[in-house]
Design a protein around this ligand. Structure first.
Ligand SMILES: Cc1ncc(C[n+]2csc(CCO)c2C)c(N)n1
Length: 219
């Protein structure tokens, strides 16, 4: 059994809740209000920027060359994705620069990002990589499942397509390989920390849908 199989098992119940969350169900059926999708995109903009920064911060701390290269390439891809795919969404949905500037980060987006920074600072590279993994892997599972039926709303279909391509699949496979190779040289304590970080990120992935669904604020 690979270490990532163990992680999958540990996150399974939370992942299932993401799969059946109303945000996902309604994205698939087309019933999700566009304002809810916009809220998600605005919060995800913050998340993706920090996620890219985290790739660079972890890359600077690791002496594993393969991990370093993957993370630095990932940070660049994230910039490209944000500029091209998300930029296109923002234009089509008329999300303006002032709307972006005036949108405060919501509690869950803030907490999710803080959890990843905290994991890196307290526990180091291996748990930090495990904290990044649900982002890659859960979206692949969701994307593949949703692609079977598709969504009648073109924006939503475009979103699904981002996570169902061959290139994306190869990226997830590489991330799984790197997590397993880091686990090989990990102590039992580090393995525990990796699993905790993975489960917490899985929890925040679930909360991220809920945050958008209820347009969470600080009140
Ligand atoms: C909250 C949240 N979680 C995961 C993703 C998906 N995602 C973001 S970056 C990345 C790595 C490859 O580009 C993937 C899969 C998202 N957009 N927002």
């Amino acid at each position: 059994m690979n270490f990532t199989d163990r992680l999958h098992e540990a996150g399974k119940a939370l992942w299932h809740k993401s799969m059946v969350h109303p945000f996902i169900k309604e994205l698939q059926s087309g019933e999700l209000p566009i304002a809810t999708f916009k809220f998600y995109l605005l919060q995800d903009r913050y998340y993706l920027r920090e996620f890219s920064k985290l790739h660079k911060l972890i890359a600077a701390k690791t002496d594993n060359q393969e991990v370093k290269e993957f993370l630095l390439a990932g940070a660049q891809d994230l910039k490209d994705v944000e500029i091209s795919v998300r930029g296109h969404f923002f234009e089509e949905l008329n999300i303006t620069a002032s709307e972006i500037a005036e949108t405060p980060v919501a509690p869950t987006a803030y907490n999710y990002v803080n959890h990843m920074h905290m994991t890196l600072n307290r526990s180091g590279v291996k748990p930090a990589v495990a904290a990044l993994l649900p982002c890659y892997w859960l979206y692949q599972e969701i994307g593949e499942k949703m692609a079977e039926k598709g969504s009648p709303v073109s924006y939503y279909q475009e979103w699904i397509d981002t996570y169902d391509g061959e290139w994306y699949g190869a990226n997830v496979a590489k991330m799984l390989h790197l997590t397993n190779s880091l686990a090989e040289s990990a102590t039992n304590e580090e393995l525990e920390q990796m699993q905790t970080a993975f489960v917490r990120s899985s929890y925040y992935e679930l909360q991220f849908w809920q945050m958008a669904y209820e347009k969470q604020d600080w009140k």
